[in-house]
Design a binder for this molecule. Sequence first.
Ligand SMILES: CC(C)(COP(=O)(O)OP(=O)(O)OC[C@H]1O[C@@H](n2cnc3c(N)ncnc32)[C@H](O)[C@@H]1OP(=O)(O)O)[C@@H](O)C(=O)NCCC(=O)NCCS
Length: 331
Amino acid sequence: MTRAVFLGTGMAVPDRVVTNDDLASLMDTSDEWIRTRTGISERRWVREGETGVSLALRASRAALEMAALAPADIDAIVYATSTPDHFAPGGGVYLQDQLGTGPVPALDVRAQCSGFIYALSVADAWIRAGSYRRILVVGSEVQSTGMDLSTEGRHTAVIFADGAGAAVLGPTDDDSRGIIGFDIHSEGAQAEHLWVDAPGSMYHPRISAKHIEEGRHFLQMDGKEVFRHAVVRMPESVRAVLAARGLTPADIGLLIPHQANLRISEMVQKSLGLSQDQVYNNIMRYGNTTSATIPIALDECVRSGRVKQGDLLVFTAFGSGFTWGSALVRW
Ligand SMILES: CC(C)(COP(=O)(O)OP(=O)(O)OC[C@H]1O[C@@H](n2cnc3c(N)ncnc32)[C@H](O)[C@@H]1OP(=O)(O)O)[C@@H](O)C(=O)NCCC(=O)NCCS
């Protein structure tokens, strides 16, 4: 039976480092508050001219290089983002053009922080079905341009950041490795705990001066509700994806949790009874880059040798939607 394997990974973050002290000059916050509540020390923000697609392009080129493949070898693109460069079309088609693949399908996935896991599940299904052979899966976000940088928006602005990660997947007949399975969910009743209200096609017009005056174009978050659900849903989903294959958390070689908040990752680790060396976190350096956190972390783990062939990996995410889910992979 055909399975999907990772052929290469890549990442890209802007070179503009924004420290907690930099944020304290924009709003009433402090390095101490941010570190204590979120674990974040610094994050990256784009400069004007750098976009979600340009970050995705850099990450994709790095992934292709590791896979020793050319853009023309890519048969499809699945592009996860909650912050496209434009309202429409999505980012995938721009990446297709700038990377210089053939006129291959480019599908945007809008599942926010769970976007990379949802996107992987689509690519995995396409490869298993024989629809496409080599698929580029991307998570790319520019959150910094959608933050309320006044004190009113501080509980959100200190968390979210910019970055991109990419992976090239391909088929194998070796059933001892590759993507094993998924557990994915959504609960739309919770959508407005973490959302961007406008622009929206339900408004006439989609965006107005009043929306902007009211800050409805900013990412809005009820942090307590998000926290409360995230620390239950991620462990629940990790257990489910393992249990479906007769495995338990003790079998995990490395868990890469979505980098929402270090305190959330720590609670997920504790709830699953995992040791420190079974979990990878890098939110201290990059903040929460939404759909990009998992592929960025994966690329760091692959390049540093933290992930080795044969390791059992679990990716898990939770975010706006609410959406959440996990992926199980034998590297
Ligand atoms: C955002 C989060 C850190 C806030 O922590 P919290 O303990 O819930 O804090 P609250 O929002 O209740 O605020 C506590 C106090 O800190 C203040 N505060 C909020 N943000 C602050 C900041 N950046 N700097 C300083 N003070 C801040 C609040 O105004 C409040 O002050 P008050 O008690 O005088 O009213 C926390 O809710 C969280 O991490 N949630 C999950 C967020 C997340 O992971 N999102 C991504 C999901 S994909």
